[in-house]
Design a binder for this molecule. Sequence first.
Ligand SMILES: [Zn+2]
Length: 395
Amino acid sequence: MKRRDVLARLAGGAAAGLAAAGRLAAQTDSLSERRKGGKMPLELEDFVPKSMLHVAEHTVERSKYPVVDVHTHWSFSAKSPDGSGLKFSATPEELLAVMDRRNIRTLINVTGGYDKGFLESHTRYDLAHPGRFITFTEPQWHRANEAGYAKMQADAIEREVGRGAKGLKVLKTLGLYLRNTDGSLVKVDDKRFDLMWEACAAKNIPVFMHVGDPEAFFLPTDRFNERFEELNNHPDWSFHGKDFPSFMDIMEARNRVLARHPKTQFVLLHWGNDAENLGLVAQWMDKFPNIQVEMAARIGELGRAPRNTRKFIDRYQDRCMFGTDAIPKGYNVPQQIFGDDLYKIYYRFLETTDEYFDYAPAPVPPQGRWRIYGLGLPDAILKKIYHANIDRLLR
Ligand SMILES: [Zn+2]
């Protein structure tokens, strides 16, 4: 949205006498006052400052130890009744070329769908290239309101594990999109999924869980939101207002699931979705021995608090994993485009002590206008994060 439209909207809000009118008018006033002061106007999206900082820069072409990227998406579900029609965004050969250049031993495709779709991904990638690809299965959300869903879903997990599934992926669908027949949102701790969580424990596969989203996505998309540009680029990522639960409501519902299923191993994706609040994530780690975390699309958060992150990783070094959320050809999400540039940034973050560098291959930091600092992790921890922790979990 151009600033003209923003101003028109702000002015409209004031005229309508809405509750927020006073605050909005104040915003408008301060903007126009600054313009009157003779200062040159500049659209935020046109502001691309070059850092004048002179510091050492290290390019890490290959990771120091072989990598398992535990969080990628080379396919997306077609939501068909039998799971067929999975859409693939890269061939195995395209993926392998990058993997070989960047020392990536294995990619995990978390969105491998179910039934025929799962079989297709598993056969075409995992079985054709042993050790290089792993496909996870997903719940059949579209059937969640059918009678007998709980047992059907638990049985489906058992069937996919028999066919080679090594894990279950839960998208933020649960808690933010999936609805009951009466139109209300299904809660993350809805009991109809209990059999599914238990089936994962019984079959000894981890649940890779993404519920909620960054804290800022639950706040208004306004000039006080540090992820304004990101939300402005992806308005559908905003979970503010409507009937959405609050960020903490979702986290608490998730925590009740973790407590209720202590034998199930949960990997909380995106660092538990609160990489902004490492103190809180540490409390969860202490409270729930059945959880681990992975860093996909959160090095922007972790890397702007490098000292806290380093302390966290030192303490929980056996329960942190390497993931990127990489999507082949994912051009509308620069922090997740599968390719050489993305991996070099992750390696630089983990292995060097470089200062103030971009967390994504993009001219403007896409998740917020800041830069990050390297962690300079020691070899023993690098090995654990790059592959040993996930190898142990998947045995
Ligand atoms: Zn993802």
